[in-house]
Ligand binder design. Sequence first.
Ligand SMILES: C[S@@+](CC[C@H](N)C(=O)[O-])C[C@H]1O[C@@H](n2cnc3c(N)ncnc32)[C@H](O)[C@@H]1O
Length: 318
Amino acid sequence: MALVREFAIRFSIGEFRGVHGQIRQIRCNSSSQNRWLKRQSNDYYTREAKIRDLRSRAAFKLMEIDDKFRLFAKNGSQRVLDLGFAPGAWSQVAKDRIGFNGVVLGVDILPCEPPSGVSSIQANILSKKTHELIRLFFFKHFELNHDDKLHPDKGYFQHMLEEELTHKEDFRTYKEVFTTDTFDDSVAAEQSHKLPIDVIISDMYEPWIQTSGFWNNLTNFPYYRMANTSGLAIRDHYQSIDLGDAALITAIDLLKPMGSFVCKLYTGKEDKLFENRLRKVFKKVSRIKPDACRTESKEIYFVGLGKRAKTNKIDVFS
Ligand SMILES: C[S@@+](CC[C@H](N)C(=O)[O-])C[C@H]1O[C@@H](n2cnc3c(N)ncnc32)[C@H](O)[C@@H]1O
């Protein structure tokens, strides 16, 4: 609440779409924020997102990517990891496209109530522990909802992981779940719980403005510590490369052989290097700028198809 209050004191009034899709009032004092609000209200995709009850216009970017690259299989049992999922439009699209038996887990550093049918973890993807939580979620099939029991000292979900790690008799299970060796195709099929995910989508970057409808698992005000689009192309580019690499490491650690990957990047000098890293992990790599991206935006999306059976982080990053 302190965060909200601070936010409210610093800005004068405008409108935006909240995490539940309703219009909320926020306060803005700068002309750039007013321009942003005006542009949103005139925008075709923003209007269409409201009509279709999608949490943001970003949904249309993923729809277009999926129409072209066929990432999602309807009525299968695909497992999708949505990195930087808040406010949740990509998760809505993924859940809709994989159908009832599929599982979508959203991870975001900011607190956000996931869309219906989607589970979520509030965590930083740059942390190794987050990878463990994700693997544990898919392995144990925990239902993650914010009304799950909150441990009084350790907080949401964390205690489940720690109990798992300290359970001595379960040492063998621990080793099975958390060893991150790479496998050849046949072994991978048997041990698919180690690489449990079919599709990883990452739209990580600037945080979504939030004023309500969330709980917070962190004490260090992540909103103010994150990469925000600065308008300085070079800064945005390098920060997005860092998040792209974090998504790629997650894919190396958790994505099944033949799995698919989508990742946003603010384009710049290091695109080619990032693309080369992707090529070491995926058999086919493409770039796409969906029509729903604003023309002036520097964002592009990389798509990796057919994750290679053997991937090694040291080879990829050297
Ligand atoms: C542009 S928004 C994603 C929008 C989302 N794809 C949708 O369709 O609603 C980018 C998100 O990335 C998240 N993010 C940025 N850095 C992160 C990190 N290190 N770990 C987890 N999430 C992060 C932000 O909090 C923000 O919510």
